[in-house]
Design a protein around this ligand. Structure first.
Ligand code: FMN
Length: 387
């Protein structure tokens, strides 16, 4: 992101999470209820742990909005951690207190515990895991909701669905669902899958993993419709829009791969089976495509077709039947620490992915059509469309 800037702060069991977004134009209608709706979507899904039953996230807008409209100033958002009251002593901000309370000395393989402790010199791994936790993504979803609200003003819709969990794949063709209707369907499934049979298989896989004290990952897809052509650029490496999107998705905890359009599958096919041909159809505005295998981006530039980005999430690192690790205090082998945890969080990751995409696309939109107020951005956008 270049024009929009975001920052988040806060620990998983600390007093709360704070997010700031800077660069949003003035005059955008925004209220807390709109953001809360997205926060609630992030919190559920089959496979989440007990924590998400405690937290009912609600945002408090602490700056940048007056009488339901953005002012053009930085927008500050705060989400209280309801569980904080049970963690006051463990997470106390003031010096002193009992340092042994819920101290962690056995890192979980696959989590940030060990590399984080080596990097910052923390002896109690809780100093790492409290911030490395994906609880931080509540703040990013809140900030992403501001970007989503902005995109809606210009008829751009962001949605997602889960493609696989634990190797159980939903091969439903998402092209059959208009993007503005995709979330209504995905949100009605406990695993956010479009296919009912696949959803049942995914739920069974999660239940089996939970029974075995194990965890699962999977893949999700974010789709965006209504994007104008011409966002991003081919002229320099750091202006390619898929580069920004890939970075945003890879910045999400546990994401290990990102694909645009056919992605990795394209690498195994011939060019004639991959590239989207162009046709002349004056009734549909001139040059048209009849396929969207590129996922809405060619040469680092949006084509005007729906954007399709997929991400692969590794299984949750906290495993109830813990993996081999080392007790860093006792300096001997031990089973990894167990923290209250999810079995599978792919449905939530999909919702978070929507917010990450919204932030990048709002930024790209502002780079092309930018202005200080919504009417100014609108006039730039409409004059470009007329041209
Ligand atoms: C929505 C979401 C929820 C997560 N919940 C947990 C969890 O409950 N327990 C856990 O150990 N990891 C959880 N993770 C994954 C960890 O945050 C992740 O494994 C950790 O950051 C290390 O992954 P990394 O190598 O990608 O940084 C979650 C990730 C996401 C996106």
């Amino acid at each position: 992101m270049r024009l929009l800037r975001i920052l988040t702060a806060g620990e998983s069991h600390g007093p709360g999470l704070t997010g700031i977004i800077e660069g949003m134009p003035a005059g955008l209608a925004l209220d807390a209820a709109y953001i809360d709706e997205q926060l609630a979507r992030r919190q559920w899904g089959h496979g989440r742990g007990a924590r998400m039953k405690i937290e009912k996230d609600r945002v408090v807008i602490r700056g940048g909005v007056r009488r339901g409209r953005t002012l053009g100033s930085p927008i500050a958002l705060h989400i209280e951690n309801r569980d904080w009251k049970n963690w006051r002593e463990v997470m106390r901000v003031e010096a002193g207190g009992d340092e042994t309370l819920k101290a962690v000395h056995i890192p979980r393989p696959g989590h940030a515990d060990y590399p984080g402790a080596m990097k910052y010199g923390h002896r109690d791994l809780r100093d790492v895991l409290e911030r490395a936790s994906a609880r931080e993504t509540a703040a990013r979803v809140a900030l992403g909701s501001v970007a989503r609200r902005f995109l809606e003003e210009f008829g751009i819709h962001v949605a997602s669905r889960v493609v696989s969990i634990g190797g159980e794949v939903d091969d439903t063709d998402a092209d059959a669902f208009p993007v503005p209707e995709l979330n209504a369907c995905a949100d009605s499934s406990p695993v956010r899958a479009l296919g009912a049979k696949a959803a049942r298989r995914m739920i069974a896989a999660i239940d089996a993993a939970r029974r075995d004290g194990d965890t699962l990952g999977g893949e999700f897809e974010v789709r965006v419709a209504g994007l104008p052509a011409g966002l991003g650029s081919y002229v320099h490496w750091d202006r390619r829009i898929e580069g920004d999107l890939a970075r945003a998705f890879m910045s999400l905890n546990a994401i290990k791969g990102v694909e645009v359009g056919m992605g990795f599958r394209a690498a195994r096919l011939r060019g004639s089976a991959v590239h989207d041909e162009l046709f002349w159809d004056p009734a549909r505005g001139g040059v048209v495509r009849r396929s969207n295998r590129s996922g809405g981006i060619d040469g680092g530039v949006s084509t005007g077709e729906p954007l399709v980005v997929r991400a692969a999430m590794k299984p949750i690192a906290t495993i109830l039947r813990p993996l081999a690790s080392v007790d860093l205090k006792k300096k001997k082998e031990a089973r990894a620490h167990i923290e209250r945890s999810d079995t599978c969080a792919v449905p939530a990751a999909a919702v978070i992915g929507e917010s990450l995409a919204a932030l990048e696309l709002a930024d790209a939109f502002l780079i092309k059509f930018g202005g200080d107020s919504i009417p100014e951005v609108r006039s730039h956008y409409e004059s470009e469309r007329r041209a």
